[in-house]
Design a protein around this ligand. Sequence first.
Ligand code: ADP
Ligand code: MG
Length: 263
Amino acid sequence: MLSGRFTRSAAQAAEPYRLQQASIEFRHVSKIWGQNQVLRDINLTISPGEVVTILGPSGSGKSTLIRLINQLETLSQGEILIDNHPTRHLRGRALRQLRSRIGFVFQQFNLYAHLSALQNITLALRSVHQQSEADASARARALLARVGLAEKADHYPAQLSGGQQQRVAIARALASEPQIILFDEPTSALDPETIGEVLLVMKQLAHSGITMVVVTHEMQFAREIADRVVFIDGGEILESSPPEAFFTRPQHPRAQRFLHKVL
Ligand code: ADP
Ligand code: MG
C-alpha cells in the first residue's frame, strides 16, 4: 500500500485543476494521422477504481487510445473527460497538473540511464512536486519496497534486469499518487522469466483504488485482473465486456478470430 498522502502546500492546493475522482470518459473521440484514421468515434467510460484491459491486434490503435488520455497525443475530434472535466483545452500548468495525476508505464521502461533507481523516482518528486530531498528520498524508498526492490535503490538501470527496471518504472509512476495509471504493453519487452514479477506487482495494484488501464497481450492476466475487457480493431471498439464473457463467449467475429489466434 502507498504510505501516507502528500502534505500539499498552499500553492498546490490553489491549483485550478484538481481531480477528486478518477473516471475517464471518451466522447466521440477520433484520431487521424494524415489520411489514416487511427481511431474512430470512440465512446468509453471507465469508472473510478475500475481495472480495464485493452486487447486487440497490432496496429489497431491501442497505444494511441491510452496515450490520448494524458495527451501524449492530441485528439482530432471529440473530447476526453477526466473526473467529468474536459481536458482537450488544457495547456501549461493545468496540463502538467493533469499529467501529474496520471501515471504512465511504457513498454521500454524509459528510465534515465544515468540515474539510480532511487534518483529516477525522486527526480519527479523534487522537480514537479518540490519535495525536500529527505522527503522525496523517504517516499522513493517506500515505493521501491512496495515493488520488492528495497535493496536496489542505488543500482543503475543497466545493473537491473528488465523486470526490475519495469518495477522501478511502476514505482516512479506511482510517486505522485496518481488516481489513474496507464500501462502500454508493460511486459512485451521482457524476458519470459521476468514477466511474472511485473504482473504480480500489477495484480497487487489492481483494485487498490487507482483506476487502471492496461494494454496487454497477456490473456490470462487480463482474464484474472480486469473488471472489463475492451477489444479494439481497426480503430473501433468492437466489444466491451466482463472478462468471463469476453473469453468464453466473444460476440464480434473479429474478437472470435483474435482469441482463436492468441489462445
Ligand atoms: P497498437 O498500439 O494497437 O499497435 P497504435 O496505436 O500504435 O496501435 O497505432 C495505430 C495506427 O496508428 C497504426 O496504423 C500506426 O501506424 C499509426 N500511428 C501510430 N503512431 C503514429 C504516428 N506518430 N504517426 C503516424 N501514424 C501513427
Ligand atoms: Mg501499441
